[in-house]
Design a protein around this ligand. Structure first.
Ligand code: FES
Length: 105
C-alpha cells in the first residue's frame, strides 16, 4: 500500500489498554494487535505468521509478545521474530491524539 493510500484509524482510548497489556482490533479490513509498553503504544499485525494465532492474546513482557498457540516470539516495536529476523509481522505507525490511540494502515 502506498503512503498516500494509508489512513489513520482510531482504535481505542489511551486508558482502555493498560500498561503491560495487549488488545486486538479489527480495523480497515485487518486484525491489529495493539500493545501498551509502559505508556508507549505499538501496533503489529495481530495474526501470527506461523499459523494465524491471535498475538494480542499472547503473553507480553519486555517488549516481546509470545504467541499463545505455539510460542513464536516477536518484538512489538517492529514485528520482528526474535529468533529469525527474516520473519516479520507488519508493524503500523501509532499516534496518540486527544486521548485516543490511532493506527495508520
Ligand atoms: S500460530 Fe503463532 S506460534 Fe503458531
Amino acid at each position: 500500500m502506498s503512503d498516500q493510500a494509508a489512513k489513520w484509524y482510531v482504535l481505542t482510548g489511551v486508558d482502555d489498554v493498560p500498561p503491560g497489556s495487549g488488545q486486538e482490533f479489527t480495523v480497515g479490513g485487518r486484525i491489529v494487535a495493539l500493545f501498551n509498553d509502559d505508556g508507549e503504544f505499538h501496533a503489529i499485525d495481530g495474526i501470527c505468521a506461523h499459523q494465524g494465532g491471535p498475538l494480542a492474546k499472547g503473553k507480553f513482557k519486555d517488549g516481546i509478545v509470545t504467541c499463545p498457540w505455539h510460542g513464536w516470539q516477536f518484538q512489538i516495536a517492529d514485528g520482528t521474530h526474535c529468533l529469525n529476523p527474516r520473519i516479520c509481522q507488519t508493524s503500523f505507525e501509532v499516534k496518540i491524539e486527544e486521548g485516543g490511540v490511532f493506527v495508520r494502515l
